[in-house]
Design a protein around this ligand. Sequence first.
Ligand SMILES: [Zn+2]
Length: 126
Amino acid sequence: MSEKSGGKKYCVSCGAEIDEKAEICPKCGVRQPAINSGQTIVINQQEKKSNGIGIAGFVLALVALFLGWVPVLGWIIWFLGLILSFIGVFGTPKGMAIAGLVISLIGLILLLVVFGALAASVAASL
Ligand SMILES: [Zn+2]
């Protein structure tokens, strides 16, 4: 069906088989698009928006994972991380913000588990 005869392409206007390097179709005289025909050049015009709040939330959540054990300071960082991540989820890209949110929640669960275990062991030793 599609015989790959070297150096041939089809006119964008009339469909005639013409030379690959032809700039203008000899049949209908229509100017041909640039050499790589058929390939649509995808220009990624998506401006690189960075979700600063989401990233901040992610970083804080990460820091809070390690500092969550520090009373007050760790909790403030964790809380800020959670808030910023939550706000960041409404921005784009939200990947980091979602990660921050998840890490914040994991941190909270870890904290609760550890404190629960501590409380239980303290209660048991009494
Ligand atoms: Zn043509």
